[in-house]
Design a protein around this ligand. Structure first.
Ligand code: EPU
Length: 415
């Protein structure tokens, strides 16, 4: 386990470049096994989640070549094998092999996925969708066997606009017979990126980015080149950081529309920003207004950014609130923030952050990926030394975080 040590209180400035989106690439890599030729993906971030997916590909005898931000995946000599616990538990997104292998072979055996403990994280909607396409699901302890003689397109209504279920069902339906319609589909940009990837291979998917996705099954998917979109959560994290401790930070290579719900909140807080075509220039204001945030599905305020914003809320003149409507266990960071001097109260799905308070460095624990990122922001804001234990969580979602932050003046090291 790694630890991140930070000497806080420094003013940051300069340019910081956003990497490819974790939550997109973790769908693109499993999606690649649907291809009947090879695929080439660019702007791939170097993250432990990516390494763990490559490990699964190699276990399945898929040929993988990677260099810096490029990866070539050739699944033509692939073998369909049971994906055991040790492989699937390393990350949430291992479950995209369900849709992908089911789509390719009509048969998949896989253990339940792992991932951050931010809620119960059921996969009932994924399984319900596979069944609607004609598959049977047999659960044997921790293992699942999902199989179908033939997958046949149908109408699937998702009770909740789940990101994972939408992607998994697109993967399963791409080669199914006939037309599949996913109603109440999730609209996150990562879904559009994955649909575009499949369409680049010859799939016939329309409506990605809306709540109704149509998929006409095809028999063959050909070679393609594709680029991962910028990571909107990494981008948002850096913009919040700039708003907290910078006298001028240019966050480059982002799609401003993807973080609109965040930048609007920051404006409400009084944060000065210039929003360009692919960057946000941000600096700290004289004083911060308190704000109320409710997490929602896209394009609402992203749950993945509420923990990071909570660190900034400690600076506001008054009480800010966060209503977390997506995950039932996503306030663990606040208890760590309290150790640094924040005044907080959690009542069920609502958190109150009473500002302004001065944060003071101490030893804290990253309990999940975004909690870890929120503590990095808090550590950079705080006076003195912060030690973030369990920092491996942060490395799952932030490429070269220590290098990137050091380059803009942070005193930070990974131990
Ligand atoms: N849900 C169900 N049944 C299902 C699927 C989901 O009840 O079958 C519920 C979940 O329990 C949750 C809600 O629906 O309450 C949303 O879950 P969703 O499926 O949309 O989330 P996910 O696909 O598991 C992805 C991201 C998360 C991000 C959420 C919401 C990936 C690998 N993960 O998770 O990202 O918080 O969408 O936007 O794409 C992170 O990056 O730190 C992270 C946790």
């Amino acid at each position: 386990m790694h630890t991140i040590n930070i000497e806080g209180g420094k003013t940051l400035r300069g340019e910081i470049v956003v990497s490819g989106a974790k939550n997109s690439v973790v769908g693109l890599i499993p999606a690649a096994v649907l291809c009947d030729e090879d695929v080439n993906i660019y702007n791939v971030p170097q993250l432990s989640d990516v390494d763990n997916l490559i490990e699964i590909l190699e276990y399945l005898n898929v040929q993988v070549e990677s260099k810096e931000d490029y990866i070539r995946i050739n699944p033509t000599s692939m073998t369909n094998k049971v994906i055991h616990n040790e492989l699937s538990k390393k990350l949430r997104a291992s479950y995209y092999f369900m849709g992908a292998l089911l789509g390719r072979y009509g048969h998949v055996e896989i253990s339940f996925p792992g991932g951050c403990v931010i809620g119960a994280r059921p996969i009932d909607l994924h399984l319900k969708g596979f069944k609607a396409l004609g598959a049977t699901v047999t659960e044997d302890g921790d293992n699942m066997i999902i199989e179908a003689e033939e997958l046949v397109g149908t109408n699937i209504y998702l009770d909740f606009a789940s990101v994972g279920a939408t992607i998994n069902l697109m993967l399963a339906a791409v080669k199914a017979k006939g037309k599949t319609i996913i109603e109440n589909a999730a609209k996150e940009p990562e879904i559009v990126n994955i649909a575009t990837f499949l369409n680049n291979m010859g799939a016939r998917i329309s409506g990605a980015g809306t709540n109704r996705i149509k998929i006409e099954g095809v028999d063959y998917l050909h070679s393609c080149f594709h680029e991962v979109i910028p990571d909107r959560i990494e981008a948002g994290t850096f913009v919040v950081l700039g708003a907290a401790v910078s006298d001028g930070l240019k966050v480059c290579n982002l799609i401003p529309e993807h973080i609109y719900s965040l930048t609007e909140k920051l404006r409400e807080m009084g944060v000065p920003m210039e929003i360009g075509p692919d960057y946000v220039f941000v600096k700290k204001p004289e004083k911060y207004n308190p704000v109320d945030v409710q997490t929602l599905i896209y394009p609402g305020f992203a749950t993945d950014l509420q923990q990071v914003l909570a660190s900034l809320m400690t600076k506001a003149n008054g009480t800010s609130t966060i209503d977390e409507t997506i995950w039932e266990n996503r306030f663990q960071n606040l208890y760590e923030l309290a150790k640094m001097g924040a005044r907080i109260k959690v009542e069920g799905e609502r958190a109150y952050i009473y500002g302004p308070t001065k944060l003071v460095g101490t030893t804290v624990m990253a309990t999940d990926l975004r909690a870890g990122a929120a503590l990095v922001v808090a550590g950079l804001m705080a006076e003195g030394k912060t030690e973030i234990q369990n920092a491996d969580y942060v490395l799952r979602g932030y490429e070269k975080i220590v290098e990137k932050l050091s380059n803009i003046g942070a005193s930070i090291e990974l131990i």
